[in-house]
Design a protein around this ligand. Structure first.
Ligand code: RB5
Length: 364
């Protein structure tokens, strides 16, 4: 178990008892600060850092301290996936775990005496989540969180559907049979570029100090995490440049699959991935998510070669394809610009846009 610990100046007085408790129990933890009392620090900053680290699954749970436990708790609860509960006695800590499966406990340095800390933490650590009806309620909270992010939870996975007006406008144009190859190609790149904002939303940031023309200040910068984009040949190629225009340092792999005419199963004919694929956040590009067969096979291939953090990025999806990918790969997030209603008897998405490869390359 790994714990993230954070506090502001008003929680600082009860930080040592928390550290002593964790050390006594030999619980692994990382201290996100504050490391000294600075009356100008704001619980919001450390609260968000700790909550994001837990939401990104870098830690199992967190302990946050401020004057009352309230402000830092309110802050942490703004981060999707966080269930932070302020506790001022052991019974509250027990219920926070048993019924709410709180993944963050918040304590108040101005309301608790140092000796009150250990019994509260002990109850929180030693109580099991009861699940059952409480799980149903927690899942409802998660569903609400996802809905505010335009995310649907289906078949165990996350599907993010873009309802941005600009994306919808451009998708409307590429659906049109009269759109030229040139325009189609340009629009697919533009839509892929617009999708980058959402698909990279959870990339971790770090702070660096820089000098502006006015003064020194701290700014956010991407933590230097490695990205890979992997188009599924050939239609996926149409999205590559749009994504690279915003993340130019991403490495590009390629996967080629064809459908065996007899078994109808996807068969690999080409696969070249960056050698350090296991360390990268991977975005698989496949414009049309119809039955989901080739997207799912492409993801399996990447996993076989060591890929771990994979997302699928498509232009248009059908419910069958989403279901298939989420069933085969429940941990994979799917990003689609538009969700259509169904597949026709030839396996084409309806209303769709036809064969994306043909329309991109003018082969029909
Ligand atoms: C800081 O003075 C204090 O307001 C803060 O630590 C916290 O108690 C807010 O809820």
């Amino acid at each position: 178990m790994k714990i993230a610990l954070g506090c502001d100046h008003a929680g600082y007085d009860i930080k040592q008892p928390v550290v002593d408790f964790l050390n006594e129990r030999k619980i692994d933890f990382v201290d996100f600060g504050a490391y000294e009392i600075d009356r100008n620090d704001d619980y919001v900053d450390v609260g968000i850092k700790v909550a994001q680290a837990i939401a990104n699954e870098e830690f199992d749970s967190g302990i946050l301290l401020c004057g009352t436990g309230f402000g830092i708790g309110i802050t942490a609860n703004k981060v999707p996936g966080i269930r932070a509960v302020p506790c001022d006695n052991p019974d509250a800590a027990k219920m926070a775990r048993a019924h709410n499966n709180a993944n963050v406990i918040t304590l108040g340095g101005r309301v608790l005496k140092p000796e009150q800390v250990a019994p509260i933490l002990a109850k929180w650590f030693d109580t099991e989540f009861e699940g059952d009806r409480h799980l149903r309620r927690i899942n409802k909270i998660a569903m609400y969180e996802k809905s505010t992010l335009n995310v649907q939870m289906e078949h165990g996975g996350r599907t993010v559907i873009f309802n941005h007006p600009l994306v919808q406008h451009k998708v409307g144009i590429i659906r049109n049979i009269n759109t030229s190859v040139k325009e189609f190609r340009e629009l697919v790149q533009e839509i892929a570029g617009l999708m980058v904002y959402e698909i990279t939303r959870t990339l971790p940031l770090t702070e660096i100090e820089i000098q502006t023309p006015i003064e020194k200040t701290k700014v956010k910068t991407l933590e230097g995490k490695k990205l890979a984009i992997v188009p599924v040949l050939r239609a996926g190629l149409g999205m590559v440049d749009g994504i690279l225009s915003l993340v130019p340092n991403a490495k590009v792999g390629h996967i080629g699959l064809y459908r065996d005419p007899e078994t109808l199963n996807p068969v690999e004919y080409y696969c070249k991935l960056p050698p350090d694929i296991q360390e990268r956040d991977i975005f698989v590009l496949d414009p049309m998510l119809a039955t989901g067969g080739s997207a799912s096979a492409a993801i399996s291939l990447i996993k076989k070669r060591g890929g771990r953090k994979i997302s699928l990025v498509c232009l248009i999806g059908a419910p069958d394809g989403i279901k298939k990918v989420h069933e085969d790969h429940p941990e994979v997030d799917i990003f689609i610009a538009a969700l259509d209603s169904h597949l026709n008897s030839h396996g084409y998405i309806v209303p769709g846009l036809g064969d994306a490869g043909d329309r991109l390359f003018g082969t029909k």
